[in-house]
Design a binder for this molecule. Sequence first.
Ligand SMILES: Cc1cc2nc3c(=O)[nH]c(=O)nc-3n(C[C@H](O)[C@H](O)[C@H](O)COP(=O)(O)OP(=O)(O)OC[C@H]3O[C@@H](n4cnc5c(N)ncnc54)[C@H](O)[C@@H]3O)c2cc1C
Ligand code: FES
Length: 245
Amino acid sequence: MRDGTWNPELPLPMTIREVRQETPAVKRFVLDGSLNAEPGQFVMVWLPGIDEKPFSLMNAQPVTLAVAEVGRFTRAMHRLGQGNRLWLRGPFGQGFTLEGRHLLLAAGGYGAAPLAFLARRAREEGRRVAVLVAARSRQHLLLVDEFRTLGCEVYTCTDDGSDGQPPRLAPQAVEELLTSLRPDALYACGPAGMLDALEALAREYHLPAQLSREAYMRCGIGVCGSCTCGDQLVCRDGPVFRIPG
Ligand SMILES: Cc1cc2nc3c(=O)[nH]c(=O)nc-3n(C[C@H](O)[C@H](O)[C@H](O)COP(=O)(O)OP(=O)(O)OC[C@H]3O[C@@H](n4cnc5c(N)ncnc54)[C@H](O)[C@@H]3O)c2cc1C
Ligand code: FES
């Protein structure tokens, strides 16, 4: 367990305890260490000789990551198995803040990972949690069973309708849930286009929202400037940004 004596800016080695294929593109990595972290915070994962990249925490105790294979670094991670080591810096960034009794969470792709951590915390506090899991097709829907096990009401939507629902994009499904469920707050993590549309919806419905956004990161600690977004840094001022509603 990382405690107050550990410097989060130095990489901490952790061993992979379990790897599970979640969808055709995403693997879950359960590590043998724990961090004191809030849902929505991220870690920088270093593979010596390859690179260092940011990943949201799906759980902090034990550290659990859900990693989509998209390029060189994540391909290398997907080749790792039980017993291999990773080096982690963090946790970094501003996480989610729980507000309201009835929450709607909207997850696009691997955005389900930090929202599963948030849902666990919210359910522990006795809050009602509805989750929309969105993906391009049914086989890519991530962590649906995880959310059900946590006691969340789970809804799905797919671009191609392969989940048996009418084909639709996440913002349309979220708008339907906003009118039928009338939640107190919206939380979302997913592709930039989805988050932009949800930000507009939250403003239109005067609903408080917290959106976890991505940017290219190098340092993760507000030094290099690579994650600039307007006058803010995603690694330091985000990745979770609040819309007051
Ligand atoms: C705060 C934060 C949390 C993240 N959490 C997760 C997570 O939980 N699981 C997960 O699988 N990934 C997560 N990511 C994304 C992950 O860091 C990138 O996908 C990773 O850099 C891919 O590395 P690569 O070498 O495999 O692919 P690359 O070759 O670097 O990229 C592959 C493709 O993804 C695009 N891309 C890469 N990084 C980003 C980015 N930061 N923003 C937008 N597009 C990008 C590239 O343009 C390219 O099209 C997170 C990113 C951030 C900033
Ligand atoms: S990643 Fe370096 S300033 Fe954000």
